[in-house]
Design a protein around this ligand. Structure first.
Ligand code: NAP
Length: 432
């Protein structure tokens, strides 16, 4: 047994006391010395690095380096303590089992410091995915529950910050929230500027149609537009249109709406923008975190840059948002996770990790904020947002139904406002 080496040396390794115990335990039980061909490898990178993105990358890289060894792999991750130290490696194990069906790979979530756990016993028993507790191993079953409503309570409309809320499926959810609350203040954050619609071009929400109109318009003026520039112009115009439509929709429902142009990957900008916004509107009482991006690709070819791109808004962005808010004022926290975290999904190892981290973070936050309703929605594919026509067809051939936008938005608003408090991770949509 050994700890896996990584292709990329981690920038900073700080072993906590618990991890030093683990190192000792591995040595004491002879685990470090074991080198038989079928001896399992414990990947401890998932415990070592404080920064979530660097830590997940290190564990991912370590397990990829073990791909050709033919040995069983057990990823170790922390499932207790500070939010940032929570982990999404179970999403990685679930994905890699599908990408590499010949590899025996599982994830052990440590519910307590390693010194309190029977790692040697777990190894001897050949345990698969599990939560290791001081009382013994618990099978790590699919953790998200099917939602149930507990009954309607009236809420003051409040001040909401919604990352990604001006566009995509989160915008539908925001509108459903405002409708149920009968108002409220909604601050919607996203990177896109509110670009104006190009003059003399007919309005549309179809990218191809708009690109064609822009090309024809340029040609009519005797210009030869470059496809890349036309595409960028069209995407910016559509983003601006979508943002304006969401703001107008909220105002039509009697809510106040404001757009904050903000990249969640920029922690300083998040802190400054939210300090200024809360100075004007008061403390944020509802946080919805919908910002997210994909960088799909099989684990064999996945790059560190792709993992960082996916983690920047979903994981690091969430931590930056929380750091900028008064937690005592928070009454609702709604997080957009994905069924890929629960079931794994080939091509989405980074996305499954980031969303699984979000689920764990939600559970920890629910403990930290006993007065607030905290929900992480593990969505199956929607009929919209980042699910384009090709992805939609892929899910249909797998027999997975798409969530219609109005249905998803109603589920979101109802469960965030009226869901039973103990239901933190909610699985919405078909099983994969
Ligand atoms: N659609 C689905 O089927 C599905 C399924 C499962 C989970 N989800 C989750 O649901 C959420 C919304 O997805 P969607 O389908 O609506 O995707 P989308 O249409 O691509 O929208 C993503 C949103 O996130 C914002 N965003 C991305 N990176 C950001 C950053 N660095 N800073 C600030 N805002 C950022 C985008 O705005 P800008 O581009 O203007 O920044 C946009 O508003 C995501 O978290 C996604 O993971 C979606």
């Amino acid at each position: 047994m050994e700890s896996a080496g990584t292709g990329t040396p981690p920038a900073k390794i700080e072993l906590t006391q618990a991890e030093r115990h683990l190192e000792k335990a591995l040595t004491a039980t002879g685990i470090r010395q074991g080198s038989g061909k079928s001896a399992p490898v414990l990947v401890t990178e998932g415990l070592k690095i404080p920064d979530p993105t660097a830590r997940h990358w290190a564990a991912f890289d370590a397990v990829r380096n073990l791909r050709s060894s033919g040995r069983p792999v057990r990823l170790l991750e922390r499932a207790y303590g500070a939010l940032a130290r929570q982990s999404g490696l179970q999403g990685l194990a679930r994905t890699l089992r599908q990408e590499w069906p010949d590899m025996d790979i599982a994830c052990w979530s440590l519910a307590a410091p390693a010194s309190k756990l029977d790692l040697a016993g777990a190894l001897a028993s050949g345990l698969g995915d599990a939560v290791l507790t001081p009382e013994g191993a618990l099978e790590q079953v699919i953790e998200a529950e099917r939602p149930a409503l507990s009954g309607a309570e009236p809420y003051a409309p409040g001040v909401w910050l919604v990352s990604g809320g001006a566009r995509g499926v989160t915008s539908d959810c925001v509108l459903a929230l405002a409708e149920r609350l009968g108002g409220g203040t909604f601050l919607l954050a996203g990177r896109s500027p509110v670009s104006p619609w190009p003059e003399s071009i007919a309005e549309t929400d179809d990218l191809k149609t708009l690109r064609l109109s822009l090309i024809n318009d340029a040609k009519a003026r005797g210009e030869k537009p470059k496809p890349k520039e036309v595409d960028a112009l069209a995407r910016a115009a559509l983003a601006g249109r979508e943002i304006r439509a969401t703001l107008a929709g909220l105002e039509a429902l009697g809510a106040r709406a404001e757009y904050l142009q903000l990249d969640l990957g920029n922690a300083e900008a998040v802190a400054a923008t939210l300090a200024e916004a809360q100075g004007r509107h008061g403390a944020i009482t509802g946080l919805v975190h919908g910002a997210g991006v994909l960088a799909d690709g099989l684990a064999e070819t996945k790059t560190r840059e792709e993992v960082e791109r996916v983690f920047a808004p979903k994981v690091e962005g969430f931590l930056s948002l929380l750091a900028a808010l008064d937690h005592a004022a928070l009454k609702h926290v709604g997080l957009f996770s994905s069924a890929s975290a629960v079931f794994g999904n080939p091509g989405q190892s980074d996305y499954a990790m980031a969303n699984a981290w979000l689920g764990r973070a939600a559970r920890q936050l629910a403990e930290d904020l006993p007065e607030a309703s905290v929900k992480a929605f593990c969505w199956g594919p929607w009929n919209g947002g980042m699910v384009d026509a090709a992805l939609a067809a892929h899910f249909r051939t797998r027999g997975i139904a798409l969530i219609e936008r109005a249905d998803g938005a109603a589920i979101f608003a109802d469960h965030l406002l009226y869901g039973a408090r103990p239901d933190v991770e909610l699985l919405v949509g078909d099983d994969w």
